[in-house]
Design a binder for this molecule. Sequence first.
Ligand SMILES: [Zn+2]
Ligand SMILES: [Zn+2]
Length: 275
Amino acid sequence: MKQFRVVPDYHMHTPRCNHAVGSICEYAQAAVDAGLLEIGMSDHSPMPNGFDKAWRMDESELDSFLKELEQAQDEFKDRLKIKSALEVDYYPGAEEYITYLSQYYDWDYLMGSVHFIGDWGFDNPDAVSRFESCDLEQTYCDYFKLVEQSASCGLFDSIGHPDLIKKFGYRVLGKSERVEAAEYAMLEAVKAADVALEISSAGLRKPVKEIYPHPRIVAQAAALDIPFAFGSDAHSPAEVGHAMSDCLALLHHYGITSVATFNKRQRSPMSFVKG
Ligand SMILES: [Zn+2]
Ligand SMILES: [Zn+2]
């Protein structure tokens, strides 16, 4: 981090989602040890009607999540800001429940993420074989359409890992005007809704070995003056702040000099360039 100032890491989980380890205080201590000044706990939100229930907290766990969060905020108050958040799944029809969640607590931000195309949890390693038989170009277009809708619904402050569809490295070979048009339509919706995009280091730890989103998307977002917020998507304390400087370097390469910060659903820019 020689070149850049440290920025908030706005994406991390707790064991309530059934696929993460570490208490909130352990994430906070890891952040302090890594020199961070601010994090956001953004565990997988409850969703209605048993949707993907093995991979998220139950609604009955929201209160214990918030209690643990408030205790950690208090314990670390002189060393670290800990923001309250959720990573909320978006799918068409979830808007009413997301509105309910948004009113449940005085959140600092809500991050909307698309992990499902219809009934296909495409980022689930158990369902990866579907990439072998699907029409990849159509799948990418379907994915970006859902991300576009997640922005347009107006219920989120940021959009998580905006090209997660590439996670396992299945890509449309060569230039696809259809996919690029779908990406751009997504970005126009993000711009129109005035939400931030996440720049995420998690892809570096996945088969694709690449930051989310692709540099082409970062370049176009920069041209549209869309703000970015950094997230590691940590599922263990050791991942807090992972590859922050690589993500900031990618933003900086395209002329971006600040990231988004969130407080009670108000967004402010924070410069990450020294001097
Ligand atoms: Zn996610
Ligand atoms: Zn996540």
